[in-house]
Design a protein around this ligand. Structure first.
Ligand SMILES: [Fe+2]
Length: 411
């Protein structure tokens, strides 16, 4: 923050005050861009202002770019009425970035404003764009590393979508800067149109995906509702799976992912006849055979949905056992996907803690004892202590980063 303040104090602001029109123009485009978020997957969002910020910098130098960035972001922060320390840190880093990239482009690579020097400038701008991306990622990593393991893992997961999505935006910024110097305000404003079209396309896709997601979860709720004894079963399993995943240090995306997939873990029961699913007494062998199909039916249902396809194995294997005596594939130990091992624990816990037609809910201490007994036979022995901690503290909200994760991702 101090570095950003120092750079602002020593920057040459005179050209900005002498001719404020370009500043107002770029600030307007930038401010519009800050409100247009594109969902690029892995819980990451991209804003169109990345292109406009670089365009401003290449067109008029680092002080100009930094001023557009600073005022534009402040407008956004004031609009959201949420001034948090982390945002101010990112804001300061952004300003330092503009000056560093300006130094690389204008001083080290001798680039001309608005790429006016020809192809040599384009190459310099590409290098500058890469430096901007690298500095942005490295500084974000530094901050998130200070925030804990989960934030760091989440950073690595987000690296790929940004590496794919940011370069085209930067190239568009370079084109905007070139067009501004050669074609003026109108042509530059026209270059916003493709950005807005891309934004509208992604937005529509998100609306479509959200609708599909809501439909699937409503279906899962309907399945739970078929059986009044297990009406809240999936939600209970999902809540505990989320807590265990967070406790063992999985990334934010994985914690959210396991919550979603746990809600759907029994979705295959849609294919099980009511006579079997709702039978008040114990099932006979033939009925069990049919009942054991539900993980396969569920996985096959979910694998056709693009946003869940990667996690359908967790559904297929949620009835596997650590000793290989589970179903449907008899997988053993770590052959069973981690998410499935977590769901298996939470599924068993929830089943024991709920009233069933043929027995009352088990008291917590008895259910905890059963989980402990199943360690190394039914359940993953490394996950059991975490599960016991989570189940034992049921009703008490776990605070994030409350303590070091007990097991790392390699479990
Ligand atoms: Fe199940």
């Amino acid at each position: 923050m101090l570095a950003a303040l120092a750079l602002c104090a020593y920057a040459d602001w005179e050209p900005l005050f002498n001719n404020p029109l370009p500043f107002v123009f770029f600030l307007t485009l930038f401010t519009v861009g800050t409100f247009l978020h594109i969902d690029i997957g892995s819980s990451s969002v991209l804003t169109l202002n990345d292109a406009i910020g670089l365009a401003a910098l290449l067109a008029f130098g680092p002080a100009f770019g930094a001023a557009v960035f600073l005022v534009g972001m402040m407008i956004h922060i004031i609009y959201e009425r949420r001034v948090i320390f982390r945002r101010l840190v990112f804001l300061s880093i952004g300003i330092v970035e503009f000056f560093i990239v300006g130094l690389v482009y204008f001083e080290v690579l001798n680039g001309y404003k608005g790429l006016a020097g020809g192809p040599k400038d384009l190459l310099a701008a590409i290098v500058a764009g890469f430096v901007l991306w690298l500095f942005d990622r490295v500084s974000a990593f530094g901050i998130l590393a200070a925030m804990g393991v989960r934030a760091m893992t989440s950073f690595f997961n987000k690296l790929k979508p940004y590496a794919v999505s940011l370069p085209p935006l930067y190239i568009w910024g370079m084109i905007m800067s070139f067009v501004f110097h050669n074609g003026g305000y109108v042509f530059t404003a026209v270059l916003m149109v493709p950005l807005l079209v891309i934004y509208a396309f992604f937005r529509n896709q998100k609306v479509y995906q959200d609708t599909l997601r809501e439909t699937i979860f409503s279906l899962a709720k309907m399945i739970d509702a078929r059986d009044s004894y297990t009406a809240l079963h999936s939600e209970g399993v999902a809540e505990n799976s989320r807590k265990i995943a967070a406790k063992i240090g999985l990334s934010e995306e994985e914690v959210d992912g396991i919550y979603e997939i746990s809600l759907l873990h029994d979705i295959g029961k849609v294919g099980i006849h009511d006579a079997i699913l709702l039978k008040p007494g114990p099932l006979d062998d033939a009925e069990w055979e049919l009942m054991r199909e539900h993980p396969i039916i569920g996985a096959n249902l979910v694998k056709n949905l693009r946003f869940l396809a990667g996690s359908c194995d967790a559904i297929r294997h949620h009835h596997e056992r650590w000793d290989g005596k589970g179903y449907p594939d008899g997988l053993k130990g770590e052959e069973i996907p981690l998410w499935a091992r977590i769901i298996a624990l939470c599924d068993a816990w929830d089943a024991m803690r709920t009233d069933r037609p043929y027995r009352k809910a088990l008291p917590p201490e008895v259910a905890l004892g059963e989980i402990k007994k199943g360690s190394g036979t039914q359940f993953d022995p490394k996950l059991v202590p975490v599960a016991l901690f989570v189940f034992g503290s049921e009703g008490i909200e776990l605070k994030e980063n409350e303590e070091e994760p007990i097991i790392k991702k390699s479990v």
